[in-house]
Design a protein around this ligand. Structure first.
Ligand code: 57M
Length: 359
């Protein structure tokens, strides 16, 4: 809205030209979302405490987690609020991609909200049935994927990192891939969200990386120089990513060890879904597995552990899945696991950025 209100004034006062620049708006979207979280955060934590919206802790988990009982949860509401307000303020709202990514962010947030709420109402760690949740996630992802498929000029080729000449065109199969990536990313972030700041750190790093990819894809000259697919309007998504990075940092202020608040499913599903959608729209679909490598590894640790557990009638590969619990049970202090995962995440982001040149 700031863009729509102030940019037109550039014809009379040239200073207002600054609102045209994606870089400027990305920075201010980030600062706005960060400030919203820092200002509203303490009030929300108090409110959640008053309403007794506290985390139930599973007793079969690492013992160190029992002290976390009652930590306010559903902090994702704060993240979504900050992202939505900041995006509405700073982006060019005539770009449809913005509405699509907001739809996923809010839609997945709602699914997570219902899940969190049913856990609290039932006062147990079980939320809505897994299948029901999955169907709701698929419906939203499918809807967004079909819209993109039908959008005139939307490129149905898949970008393969490190190979600039391999661009398979999937046709309608792109709808399936896109749905899989959005749903997969949401659940992968959800599985990772098990230690203070463990999920939000890599989420911030991923969105910071996608600021670059969105900006490059949206710019005719840069995309042709770097030989990435040009997507008209994708640059505005850099502003969305900026808002998300800011909101993520603001949330981390309170979620860093020892956490004063957890994001809940409302946060993890929403952030993961938005991340998957970013990968699709910027046409860096497979690259998400590199940038978000932490989420991929955490997910595979669960798949292998559960598979092996079932096949062998109770034997385990890891001390406990997801992977972060394995390191905790090996005796690593919680902050050590978290910070080491962040370091790996930064390394993966750098590798992902290097694909722009290494191909
Ligand atoms: C949720 N969430 C945390 C919080 C957060 C199939 C199975 C592997 C699934 C998996 C699972 O349910 N994962 C998804 C992970 C929970 O956090 C809440 O959930 C939200 C995110 N969805 O925002 O509201 C707990 O995580 C801790 N936490 C923090 N700091 C944070 O900032 O410390 C979360 C955020 C919180 C808090 O303790 O209560 C969770 O872990 O429940 N299941 C598991 O992860 C379980 N693994 C398991 O059962 N493994 C088995 C195999 C055979 C399936 C095994 O390896 O033996 C573990 N989780 C728990 N206890 N709590 C182990 C048992």
């Amino acid at each position: 809205m700031i863009y729509h209100l102030l940019y037109p004034l550039h014809t009379t006062i040239s200073f207002f030209n600054v609102f045209r620049y994606i870089t400027f708006r990305t920075i201010f979207a980030s600062i706005t979302a960060l400030l919203i979280c820092l200002i509203v955060g303490p009030w929300m934590i108090r409110k959640l405490q008053d309403m007794q919206i506290g985390q139930q802790i599973r007793e079969d988990g690492p013992q160190s987690h029992l002290t976390k009982k009652g930590t306010p949860t559903m902090g994702g509401v704060l993240i979504i609020l900050a992202v939505v307000i900041s995006t509405l303020l700073w982006t060019n709202l005539s770009i449809n991609y913005i509405w699509l990514i907001l739809l996923v962010t809010v839609g997945y947030g709602l699914i997570g909200f219902v899940d969190d709420y049913s856990k609290l109402a039932g006062k147990s760690s079980k939320g809505i049935p897994g299948k029901t949740r999955l169907v709701a996630e698929i419906i939203i992802a499918l809807f967004v994927s079909v819209i993109l498929y039908l959008k005139p000029g939307f490129n149905l080729q898949v970008t393969v990192p490190f190979f600039k000449t391999i661009l398979p065109n999937l046709g309608w199969g792109y709808i399936l891939l896109s749905t899989f990536i959005i749903v997969g990313a949401a659940n992968a972030v959800n599985l990772t969200d098990g230690l203070d700041g463990l999920a939000i750190g890599p989420v911030i790093i991923c969105f910071a990386t996608y600021i670059l990819f969105a900006y490059f894809a949206g710019n005719v000259k840069v995309s042709s120089y770097l030989r990435v697919v040009h997507i008209s309007g994708a640059g505005e998504l850099a502003v969305f990513c900026g808002a998300l990075v800011g909101a993520g940092l603001g949330f981390l202020w309170f979620n860093s060890y020892p956490a004063e608040i957890f994001m809940g499913d409302v946060g993890s599903l929403s952030l993961g879904g938005a991340l998957g959608t970013m990968a699709i729209i910027t046409k860096q679909e497979i690259l998400l597995a590199i940038v978000g490598g932490i989420f991929v590894v955490e997910t595979f640790s669960v798949i292998f552990q559960v598979g092996y557990f079932k096949m062998t009638g109770g034997k385990r590969i890891l001390r406990m899945a997801p992977l972060h619990h394995h390191f905790e049970l090996k005796g690593w202090a919680e902050p050590k696991v978290i910070v080491r995962f962040w370091i790996i995440s930064i390394l993966l982001a750098l590798m992902a950025i290097s694909t722009l040149k290494l191909r």
